[in-house]
Write a new protein. Structure first.
Length: 230
């Protein structure tokens, strides 16, 4: 900031006071204008960040909806195979007959052991945090954003932990290899089916929780403006 000293002669206290007030008013005006420009910049940055984050959350919600629908269909297929095999074992059907039954069930139901998990994006959130535009987003809206991205991290970590706890990878590979070779072991195959059904159930519960968090984070669910006030 550059100030020009008055070039007129100050002959009285009144003249001094007048020039002093002019200088003070000029400084306050400049500071106020600077603050307004800075606030406007931050408000626009926060609004743009909010738009990008909302779009990212909608995209993640669509991915979760799609995965849930596919996993629901997969869970029904696996449950039908598992229940049918359990009935065979309960009625003491010979294992050779159960093995043949497995081949029939697999062929009829386009069998696989897939679990569909969505790709959860977080780039818009990361950028908003990195460039500090997130700090100007309304507090309530920011809390919803923080909660939903924390939930995304939690469900991803939970999936990994559940896979390690529930699934037996080598056993699954062996069972699928035996199935392809036409020499399936009924009891081992039932174990694999049961593991996958349990894993699917846990994954669906986690995705349903995340689904609700994603919905709650979108505009229209609760109040909140994009930027705070200075």
């Amino acid at each position: 900031m550059h100030l020009e000293l008055p070039k007129v002669r100050l002959e009285s206290f009144k003249d001094f006071a007048k020039h002093y007030l002019m200088i003070v008013l000029s400084i306050l005006t400049a500071l106020g204008l600077e603050a307004w420009i800075e606030y406007t910049h931050h408000a626009h940055a926060a609004e743009a960040a909010g738009v990008r984050i909302d779009a990212e959350i909608r995209s993640n919600l669509d991915a979760v909806d799609s995965s849930l629908a596919q996993d629901e269909r997969q869970a029904k297929r696996l449950a039908a195979i598992r229940d049918s095999l359990l009935q065979d074992f309960k009625t003491h059907v010979p294992e050779a007959a159960i093995a043949q039954h497995i081949q029939t069930l697999v062929a009829a139901r386009h069998f696989n052991l897939n679990l569909n998990w969505p790709t959860l994006r977080h780039e818009a959130w990361d950028v908003a945090v990195a460039d500090q535009s997130a700090s100007w987003i309304d507090k309530q809206r920011m809390q919803r954003y923080s909660a939903v991205y924390a939930s995304q991290r939690d469900v991803g970590a939970g999936l990994g932990a559940n896979l390690a706890l529930v699934m037996d990878g080598p056993q699954m590979i062996d069972a699928m290899t035996d199935l392809e070779a036409g020499n399936v072991q009924p009891r081992e195959f039932l174990h694999v089916i049961s593991q996958m059904a349990t894993m699917l159930d846990q994954a669906r519960q986690n995705l349903q929780t995340l689904q609700q968090h994603l919905r709650d984070a979108l505009p229209g669910q609760t109040g909140g403006s994009a930027a705070s006030h200075p």
